[in-house]
Ligand binder design. Sequence first.
Ligand SMILES: Cc1cc2nc3c(=O)[nH]c(=O)nc-3n(C[C@H](O)[C@H](O)[C@H](O)COP(=O)(O)OP(=O)(O)OC[C@H]3O[C@@H](n4cnc5c(N)ncnc54)[C@H](O)[C@@H]3O)c2cc1C
Length: 465
Amino acid sequence: MSAPTTTQIPGFRGDVIVPDHHDYDDARAVWNGTVDRRPRLIARCSGTADVAAAVRFARDRDLEIAVRGGGHNVAGTAVCDGGIVIDLSAMRAVSVDPVERTALVQGGALWGDVDHETQAHGLATTGGIVSHTGVGGVSLGGGIGWLMRKHGLTVDNLVQAEVVTAEGEIVGASASDHQDLFWALRGGGGNFGIVSSFRFALHPVGPTVMAGPVFWAAEDTTDVLRFYRAFVADAPDELGNVVRLGTIPPLPVVDEDLHFRPAIAVASCYAGPVEDGERALRALRQFGTPLVDLVGPTLYVDHQSGIDDTVPHGWHYYWKGTNLNRLSDEVIDIVAAHAYDASSPRSYAAMFHMGGALSRAPRDATAYSGRDVDHDMSIDAVWLPQQDDTVRASETAWARAFLDALQPHSAGVYVNFLDSDDDASRVREAYGDDTYRRLAEVKAKYDPENVLHNNKNIQPSTPAQ
Ligand SMILES: Cc1cc2nc3c(=O)[nH]c(=O)nc-3n(C[C@H](O)[C@H](O)[C@H](O)COP(=O)(O)OP(=O)(O)OC[C@H]3O[C@@H](n4cnc5c(N)ncnc54)[C@H](O)[C@@H]3O)c2cc1C
């Protein structure tokens, strides 16, 4: 087949990028530099009509389809070999209605785009904690972040979606429109259609919040985690916390002599008045002997991009995820024993504190399945592209051994933390049998031929003949 050009996708106004295009290598690269796939063409859409045209074009030619939002999925599902990438990266507009307190967000926007526009009105919704992560993948998998304990997950704030189905039809999904699709989109990932726009509920946040990390030496990990367990047990919904175990990142705000020192950090964000946040965080900041305390009044948008540079595009990444019901003494001992065993100083583990508003939402309201867990953990092996296979082997082995040790205490897994070697059984684990079965029925209705399968795939319950 000859390389298709723009005129060969009927009704398409965006850019078509083929292998001899000067932008091809940049356009096929995703956040995880280990992913190296060569699609036949990349259809960079300029709007919903382009998305529909690209789907119909792909269907007519039986082309493999991958859908790209922010391109951050660690498994690299945003790009495929030999098929078409329906690329939403040029669809990043965000429009805020400050009266209704909603934001209309195009399907390829990044969280930095959303925070930038919403914070101009002193508003925000729960989103990912790195500003260059895509709204699309995060929102469709669940969406955990600093605000979730106060305002729910990203899926809890989704009020409407515009969806291009696997047939190339444009439909709406909301509480009153295609309710089954709306349920499935809120946790079921990219299985059910391509979301060209999301409408999210917004809440007053900041613009200044009490936020930042406190670091302690790695040797203090057990003591810090035991203290932290009691501290978060009584935490108000306003307080969002993420524990990070690894080394101190070489950020400009940190003294150089502390760079890459093994350490545990508790990073927080108080989604309420700064003085209340100051009070809520006092005991944590006074615990033990911190190496460095970066907590202070901070613009919410700055906090949302504070760790961007610690996880840049193009480095090599490998993840293992698990949910934990309880930080028992045994779990704390396992975490302390494994967290600092990685050989790369860039590898780390992160534990998101769950609970609060997200845990009070009805279990069957959305397809997201982790509402009963205490912590959502991601074990992130990170190394540089120029480092050789020995480093890859040691880092991936570290992540797997860490997960294996935690497995007896696992309470499922967040679908957005699954990597490419997490098989279909782990996708089932992410949802549990009942939710998976219901998702499979919705999949059979909206995508019976499993056209959208470059994702954490839900098999249609009645596959097409
Ligand atoms: C640095 C980093 C930080 C992260 N932090 C968080 C966090 O704080 N909270 C959290 O919940 N997760 C977080 N994640 C995980 C994140 O949820 C997933 O990586 C997610 O897949 C990223 O979405 P994306 O649009 O950037 O990814 P992509 O790779 O573009 O998309 C992943 C898949 O999602 C689907 N998809 C994406 N956009 C659309 C769309 N518009 N319509 C239909 N399908 C679509 C497609 O199936 C695609 O294959 C983080 C990831 C990274 C790399």
